[in-house]
Design a protein around this ligand. Structure first.
Ligand SMILES: [Zn+2]
Length: 231
């Protein structure tokens, strides 16, 4: 294959993957209406593939995904890209190890974000997945790069692949779009369980040494990138 058709084949595969991954957002009830999106980096190119803005989840297809450059400008696609494209493009520009970004307003995670309260690491699966508390990012509104900047500033040097943007909701990153979707599912589950636990009393802490060993083991068992590669 020539380089051009090779690139087209790569983009076509990522269009299929990104379109299909949106069904996980609805399956796990992380989204309502059209709010929430998945994007993926096109490896080896300064491009990303993202959900079109305002299109129902039932109507998402590989063909209506939008290809943008890493400044958020449309390169290929008939629809306007998600309104979160600029924020996600900023993440891809600044965090070269990130292959996928997901954003939702999932209920429990957003509730912690409304309080501006990090989710404490009091559940072994939180230690496994996030290696510590799930942090809060700054309050930022759509319109400039402040959401992207807030995501990058909060997650740089942090084990967590999820940030709860204050008064808004979770953004998750991953080595791949599927990994970022998994983080979006897990952050909601952790946020819900810790919230429920607190209704009955004060959660018990997990010792830091145990958090560290749980995180290390899980990342290795599941063959994920070590923490250094994600920070
Ligand atoms: Zn949002």
């Amino acid at each position: 294959m020539t380089a051009v058709t090779d690139t087209q084949a790569t983009i076509a595969a990522i269009r299929r993957e990104v379109a299909a991954l949106h069904s996980e957002l609805t399956r796990y009830q992380l989204v309502v209406w059209t709010a929430g999106n998945v994007s993926a980096r096109v490896p080896g190119h300064d491009l990303l593939v993202i959900k079109p803005s305002g299109v129902s989840y039932d109507d998402l297809t590989p063909d209506n995904m939008v290809v943008c450059d890493l400044d958020g400008r449309v390169v290929e696609g008939e629809h306007a890209p998600s309104s979160d494209t600029e924020a996600q493009a900023y993440v891809y520009r600044e965090m070269p190890h990130v292959g996928g970004v997901v954003h939702t307003h999932s209920t429990y995670a957003a509730a912690w974000a409304i309080r501006g309260e990090p989710v404490p690491c009091v559940l072994t699966m939180c230690a496994d997945e996030f290696g510590g508390e799930i942090p809060i990012g700054p309050f930022a509104i759509i319109g400039d790069d402040s959401i992207g900047r807030g995501i990058v500033e909060t997650l740089t040097g942090h084990r967590s692949r999820a940030v709860l943007m204050q008064n808004h909701g979770p953004f998750t990153i991953g080595r791949s779009p599927r990994d970022a979707v998994k983080a979006a599912v897990m952050v909601e589950d952790v946020a819900r369980t810790v919230h429920l636990a607190r209704q009955g009393g004060e959660p018990l802490a997990i010792p830091q040494g145990a958090i560290d060993s749980l995180f290390d083991r899980y990342q290795n068992v599941y063959g994920q990138a070590p923490q250094e590669a994600m920070s």
